[in-house]
Design a protein around this ligand. Structure first.
Ligand SMILES: Cc1ncc(COP(=O)(O)O)c(C=O)c1O
Length: 407
């Protein structure tokens, strides 16, 4: 008989990777410390205060006064489910803008409701044109228009104001996926009059995966009150979830206490830095990264600079380089994880992530030099040091610009 020695499992010891992916991103040590704090009960009076603070911070990050603002116990996809399932019912019509894998997911989820759903598309690497939504909705009674602010699969950011205008013309609610953009791209939920906005904890907020911050306008609260039928999903029914996150604090489900601690600390870090500074940090680092990859003769997927999402920079894989071998070597030799393409872009692009804690000058320069080494090993012709030199030059320009503004 076996003594079970072969089944003995060692202590958990994951490697400390540099997560230059489109999520999850590397985590600030302060957030790790919060994760390790003692767990209390979900109706402990101390925890109720911790919930209040979490909601205060979340309203600051979203820039909203919405009462219904809370973290869903789910990854970013839970935010999509909640937004779509709560607003749509039999007899409704929806328009979902699709320009990549994640906005396609919103469309897929909308198709599972009894509503009639129209897809308005743009090719991967470009933003949907609000004018196409106007045309698709003309003469119809549209309940929601949904889109991804940052489309992670293709590294595209969509300007929201034109969609707000079109949604207003159509009398529709505007639902915005900010999983890849919150705390990195400019966003002001109240000023931009966005109706439902949700995100993910693991991207530019740099908390662990598993929470989806969501905020819902008073207008949506009215829509929810007037629903003919109950929301199909019990777990994501926003009205009952708010019994716990609202003033009553009534049990709904047991939330992931430690993840809430971590998210609270990640949002505290965000607000200490200041939203505008954080947006600028992402922009400056992405500009340097772009200068670097272009100097290495890598082509960007997103051609229009105004449509480049600051958190994800997709570059075309050069001919002759093996996608998987390249990424494996980066991981094995430099401990750096980047991502490949998904959906129709699988095998065609690498996605370089600069999210939250990861978006730092040292990481950009390390990534560029590691990429140069691996590309050279795999037979590509790269001018030695060209990427890093271009990035340094770009930083110098950006720093001068910041100094000028300060003076
Ligand atoms: C824009 C966008 N929406 C939704 C999701 C889904 O989030 P999750 O994987 O956390 O469920 C992602 C994940 O990468 C995303 O980037």
């Amino acid at each position: 008989m076996s003594d079970g020695a072969e089944n003995k499992i060692g202590e958990l010891a994951p490697p400390m990777r540099l997560m230059m992916t489109p999520g999850p991103s590397s985590i600030d040590p302060r957030v790790y410390r919060a994760l390790a704090a003692p767990v209390v009960g979900h109706i402990d009076p101390w925890f109720k205060t911790c919930m209040d603070e979490t909601q205060i911070l979340m309203r600051q990050v979203f820039q909203t006064e919405n009462r219904v603002t809370m973290p869903l116990s789910a990854s970013g996809s839970g935010g999509i489910e909640a937004s779509v399932l709560n607003t749509l019912e039999e007899g409704d019509e929806a328009i979902i803008c699709v320009n990549g894998w994640f906005s396609e997911r919103m469309y897929e989820i909308a198709l599972r409701t009894p509503a009639r759903v129209t897809k308005v598309e743009a090719p991967y690497g470009t933003a949907v044109d609000a004018q196409d939504v106007r045309k698709a909705g003309a003469g119809k009674k549209i309940k929601i228009v949904g889109l991804a602010h940052g489309e992670t699969s293709s590294g595209v950011v969509t300007q929201l104001d034109p969609f707000r205008r079109v949604a207003d013309e159509l009398g529709a609610l505007l639902i915005v996926d900010t999983v890849a953009s919150l705390a990195a791209e400019p966003l002001n939920v109240d000023k931009q009059k966005l109706d439902i906005v949700f995100s993910g904890s693991q991207k530019a907020l740099s908390a662990p995966p598993g929470m989806s911050p969501i905020t819902v306008s008073p207008r949506v609260e009215e829509v929810l009150k007037n629903r003919k039928k109950k929301v199909q999903s019990w777990y994501f029914d926003l009205t009952t979830a708010m019994n716990y996150w609202g003033k009553d604090r009534l049990y709904h489900h047991t939330p992931p206490i430690s993840l809430i601690y971590a998210l609270r600390e990640a949002m505290r870090l965000t607000m200490e830095e200041g939203l505008e500074n954080r947006w600028a940090r992402h922009r400056v680092n992405q500009q340097a990264l772009i200068a670097g990859v272009e100097a290495m003769n890598l082509e960007l997927l997103v051609k229009n600079p105004k449509e480049r999402l600051v958190t994800v920079t997709p570059v075309m894989i050069p001919a002759g380089i093996d996608d998987v071998k390249f990424r494996d070597q980066l991981l094995d030799e430099f401990n750096i994880e980047i991502a490949g393409g998904i959906g129709p872009l699988k095998g065609k692009i690498w996605r370089l992530g600069l999210m939250g804690y990861c978006a730092q000058k040292a990481n950009v320069l390390l990534l560029l030099s590691a990429m140069e080494k691996v590309m050279t090993d795999q037979g590509a012709r790269v001018v030695p040091g060209a990427g890093v030199a271009a990035a340094i030059c770009n930083y110098a320009g950006a720093e001068a610009a910041v100094a000028t503004t300060r003076a």
